[in-house]
Write a protein that binds this ligand. Sequence first.
Ligand code: NAD
Length: 479
Amino acid sequence: MQQRIEHIYINGEFAVPHGQEWFDLHNPSTEEIIGQVRLGDAQDAQRAIAAAKAAFPAWSRTSREERIAALQRMHRAVAAREEELMEAILTEYGAPSVRGRWMATYPAAVIAQAIDTLQSFAFEEHAGSARVILTPIGVAGLITPWNSNAGFICNKLATALAAGCTAVIKPSEMSAMQTQVIARALHEAGLPPGVFNIVNGRGEVVGEEIARHPDIAKISFTGSSAVGQHLVSAGAATMKRVTLELGGKSPTVVLDDADFAAIMPLALQAGFVNSGQACIAGTRILVPRLRLAEFEQVARQAVAQFKVGDPRDVETAIGPMVSARQWERVQHYIRIGIDEGAQVLAGGEGRPEGLQAGWFVKPTIFTNATNQMRIAREEIFGPVLTLIPYENDANAIAVANDTHYGLSALVLGSDPERCERVARQIDAGRVLVNTLANEPRAPFGGFKHSGLGREMGKWGMSAYLEPKTLLTAAGVSGH
Ligand code: NAD
């Protein structure tokens, strides 16, 4: 049975949008249409912004305790819908079940992280004789992509609310089922009307209205670098504060003392994470030239273990691409790699054997590539990795940093001190050494074209606050 999602969420109620367009939702594992979502338009965005603006004065004056209580209700409501969210993720996005489970638990986990941050956050500090009061900035516009829609909604919203801001959310139009689960949970949390609003819609319609509206003080956006750049210029006229989490072409630096058999699972998981549709994916693997042949041999065997197919099968490591367009994009880049003269070590064009339907691609590894090739410079957003040989540590660091991006990096080697020396010289918002661990309390974001600002922890929260310096006449202060 097809699901019809008709409502958006404005001022504490599910509402029928003014927008008339219906947008098809697909199961990427079968290509079948599984539902439709009715999209909002600019007028719907305006209503949502007006509701958030009206709710701001009261919400911005709530105490820390009141906000913590509201976030705890959000946390409980979102956690209670984990199974429903998991079902939506598997059906609408096709994340392999292990990844899907992470994506279904992360939204509640990230709300808990915001509660943690709020509990110890200093809203008032001293600077010499002045007091510095961190003041909520106003209405935040929160725009999310399809590759982890529920997690991004909850992270951005919980942080905005913790800071005392109200919000208008423009989720990915391709993730409407996941958004619906989250919207129901947030409604149950019983927050004051208007504190958060959700408008499904196209980026160039609803997103654009948010980007230009004078009553939006701040935008937090996760998505492509092209749209991120556009939001900075569109927001300039109204001097919007902007936080951007964008793409990546993250390097995995394999040092020449690494035990290849031991590190290969980490190197490939870093590249194939979220079926390759991950901003942090380690898609450039830098390999010591003298050991390239050995690395290729271990990699070829290891990649054969990565099962592609039905996301509900627990053995599956790589699910389908989210859409036909994304499938075409990945195929296009595989052809570019071949035309550029890189060698295909594994995978290649077309669907994996035995899969007739679904937007599945073969996990692909190119080797003997140069860092100047397009497959080494441009974000593909699929399970396509590029092996690039290097000469020595200094050269590896130079190649790692020779990119427009700088979101994440992974260093793999046997000598921890040497790994750390290399890690410290890589220009990226996050550098992992011999691990794929995540630390949600640490800042997340990118250097260069990978973004602007940081999310998570006190760094994320500060982005929703304006410092206000308060100086009072001597003798009068202290009361
Ligand atoms: P996208 O930039 O096309 O869309 C992201 C969101 O922006 C969607 O909700 C879309 O509707 C909206 N949008 C599009 N045009 C807009 C406009 N003119 N004004 C306002 N909003 C607009 O990206 P996508 O295809 O949804 O996601 C894939 C991209 O996101 C990849 O490039 C990936 O690297 C990036 N990404 C980054 C991170 C991160 O944390 N750094 C995480 C996930 C995805």
